[in-house]
Design a protein around this ligand. Structure first.
Ligand code: ATP
Ligand code: MG
Length: 336
């Protein structure tokens, strides 16, 4: 009865069936009470879970950022390693033009001495006969005809040095990389030349490429991929008696396909599927980290909008590994 009175007081007794007994009400209210308590409990739990979820989300975001930073650092350190490998070849390349600039300067210094001697004689009003004799003796005419080629040769050498330095700059600033138009054939040949020069063994190089192929892409990244592929090829041919490295460039299905082929050890067929996994390496500690292909694959597919694949080949008694890098001919048509 008490419950009924309470409901009446609260004005909630309207429309209640007359047979509704107080016992039933007590039970209903008890249940509602339980439900309410449960609801409050659920809400508290929900809030806790929500806070937990938020914490987990923040942690996940931080971990993702850390992973992204690490990946960037890995790319950078692998790039530095590529650069290190190139240095010996670059030093060799620089040596050539620098040494002929030196030789030319040396010759010009000698010429300058003879010129001064001849000019001094003229200023001292020597006789015509003496002047002619001096002219022959000092070989002034020969010097005159030599000066231009010497200067032109030196200019060419200086230009070659500045070109090499310019090409090297593409390795230095990864963040500011922007896609641009460049000659893929020249890049390919340059990379091979520099790395082959730095190798300890003599390697035959065969290029099957057009004269020039201009594409729009990230030159620095493409170069980094090529350095990795060529360096791997050179490593694989270390114990080969007649090492041969071939490159080929072909256009097919609106892509340009760059093939790097060696006649080295080849890749263990059972390991082919893990070739692009991070830290997969068969090289001794200190020689390889197993990141070259992993990073190259990421750069090829994500940055350069292309693909990278590997296989073994067996042809005309030759065998070894063949890597294929594809790049879009038209940047806008490629997925990115
Ligand atoms: N041309 C190749 N011929 C035979 N095996 C190869 C060739 N290229 C790659 N490999 C195999 O794939 C592995 C992974 O290559 P990857 O470039 O990723 O790492 P790495 O060369 O070992 O080390 P680094 O991080 O210095 O590049 C190599 O250790 C080698 O076993
Ligand atoms: Mg490598």
């Amino acid at each position: 009865m008490m419950t009924k009175n309470l409901l009446k007081q609260a004005g909630l007794d309207q429309g209640l069936p007359s047979h509704f007994e107080e016992g039933a009400w007590v039970e209903v209210i008890q249940r509602m009470d339980d439900i309410y308590t449960n609801l409050v409990q659920y809400q508290i739990e929900l809030e806790e879970k929500n806070a937990e979820l938020e914490r987990a989300y923040t942690e996940l975001k931080q971990a993702h950022q850390a992973l992204k930073d690490t990946q960037q650092q890995l790319i950078q350190s692998e790039k530095m390693a590529s650069l290190g490998r190139l240095v010996a070849g670059v030093a060799h390349e620089l040596n050539n033009p620098i040494s002929f600039v030196f030789a030319n300067m040396h010759a010009l210094l000698g010429y300058e001495k003879r010129f001064l001697q001849y000019l001094e004689a003229i200023h001292n009003n020597v006789s015509l006969a003496q002047r002619e004799q001096l002219r022959k003796q000092l070989r002034i005419d020969r010097i005159m005809s030599d000066i231009r080629p010497l200067l032109e040769g030196s200019m060419e050498g200086a230009e070659r040095v500045s070109e090499i330095v310019k090409n090297l700059r593409q390795f230095s600033t990864p963040a500011s990389q922007k896609p641009e138009v460049f000659d893929l054939v020249a890049l390919c040949k340059r990379t091979v030349l520099w790395l082959v020069r730095s190798a300890s063994i003599k390697i035959e190089v065969v290029h099957d490429c057009p004269e020039q192929l201009m594409i729009y892409n990230y030159e620095g990244y493409v170069s980094q991929i090529l350095v990795n592929l060529v360096q791997n090829a050179l490593d694989a041919m270390e114990h080969q008696a007649q090492p041969c490295l071939s490159t080929a460039l072909q256009i097919k299905d609106s892509q340009v396909w760059v093939q790097i082929r060696d006649n080295g050890t080849g890749i263990n067929e059972l390991d082919l599927h893990k070739l692009f996994d991070p830290f997969y390496t068969t090289k001794p500690i200190g020689k390889g980290t197993g990141l070259g292909l992993y990073i190259s694959y990421g750069l090829a597919t994500e940055q350069c909008r292309g693909s990278l694949s590997a296989r073994n080949y067996y042809e005309k008694g030759q065998n070894g590994a063949l890597f294929e890098l594809s790049l879009p001919l038209k940047w806008s048509d490629a997925h990115g």
